[in-house]
Design a protein around this ligand. Sequence first.
Ligand code: HGY
Ligand code: MN
Ligand code: MN
Length: 410
Amino acid sequence: MSAQQAMDAVSGRRLQALLDTLATFGPGEQGGMNRQALSEEDLQARGWLLDQARQLGCQVWTDGCANLFIRREGREDLPPVMTGSHIDTQPTGGTLDGCYGVMAGLECLHALQAAGIRTRRPIEVVVWTNEEGSRFSPGAMGSSAYVEPERLAVYRNNLDVTGVSVGEALDAHTARFPDLPLREKIPAHAFVELHIEQGPVLEQAAIPLGVVTGIQGVRWYQVRCKGASAHAGTTPMHMRRDAMLLAMDAARRIDALADQLATEDKRLTFGRWNVLPNAINTIANEVTFSIDFRHADPAVLAAFDAQLPGCLPGDTELSSLFSHAPTAFDPTVVGVLEQACTATGLAHQAIRSGAFHDAMYLAGHCPTGMLFVPSRAGISHNPLEFTEPAHLLAGTRALAWSLAALAEQP
Ligand code: HGY
Ligand code: MN
Ligand code: MN
């Protein structure tokens, strides 16, 4: 059975070498990674990846949002089985978030080559642009623009903190890779994303493989509180309009709302703050902060959306940066992934993803599923992000089995 042969041809040594080389593009200052979407480091990593793909005899394409498609032809010209993830990272990210899924996909192509297997359907490894949303909002930009291309025109106007637009960054990508042919959205037979769990569940259960049933919903907002700058020493408290005190009070009210709505499975983060003029002895006249709220229940997400404005003082700007409903993965793909995990001979369990992934958009395009491997101490979005090499290998073996099995389906 070619699935078993593909699985057995996976090389942990080659996989680690791919991960180690990718990690040389955009290392973080304190270890880990800082490879922002479409940055110079990202473009260099993409150039290396495209060379790897061509050496494997694959065809490569891009699209209007700089997603990369690496195709290994099948025996028949049928809709491909797709796998992949992202290689952009958090500013102080780890070496595995997203990168593992892309490198494991590439390793699966190596394994098929080594085993002399030509699957019925083509298999494509995809790099989705700007999944993290660290440089440009929204997150999962590339996959969302792929499934609904009309979104791209709006995205192109979004700016990073230096004022560079998505459009300028995409045009720079095109200039860097002028020979990369463009390809619009095509039908796909299935999409499978392999990813680290980024949470503690699998490690605490001592189970090396997770078959992901779905992804919780997400809401990103930005709040801008306005005050009046004045002297920190001379201005009496009753005469102040301190934007920081307004923002702190708003954050406290939002936290109380999330406690009331989400109870024990609350996921609320105020991750990004900007204070103006950000001077020790000047009262802040503007404080901007982000909200990242997640939940699996659409009713809780809707209640948060409805009640959030009531937490804010007057004259506050509230803008929605990104929003996605909870996702349920395709039962037939989930079934194939369960068979793949069984074929590895290792324990596996069902798990819902706390993090969002490009698979949440692909689920609206074709039958989609995800595989997880454990994260040490549940740490991610942190240079300490780590997964045991044996688990990285197990996940890649399960991925190879599932891609080969799906690619033989009629
Ligand atoms: O934020 C997320 O869930 C993903 O890791 N970008
Ligand atoms: Mn990720
Ligand atoms: Mn991430």
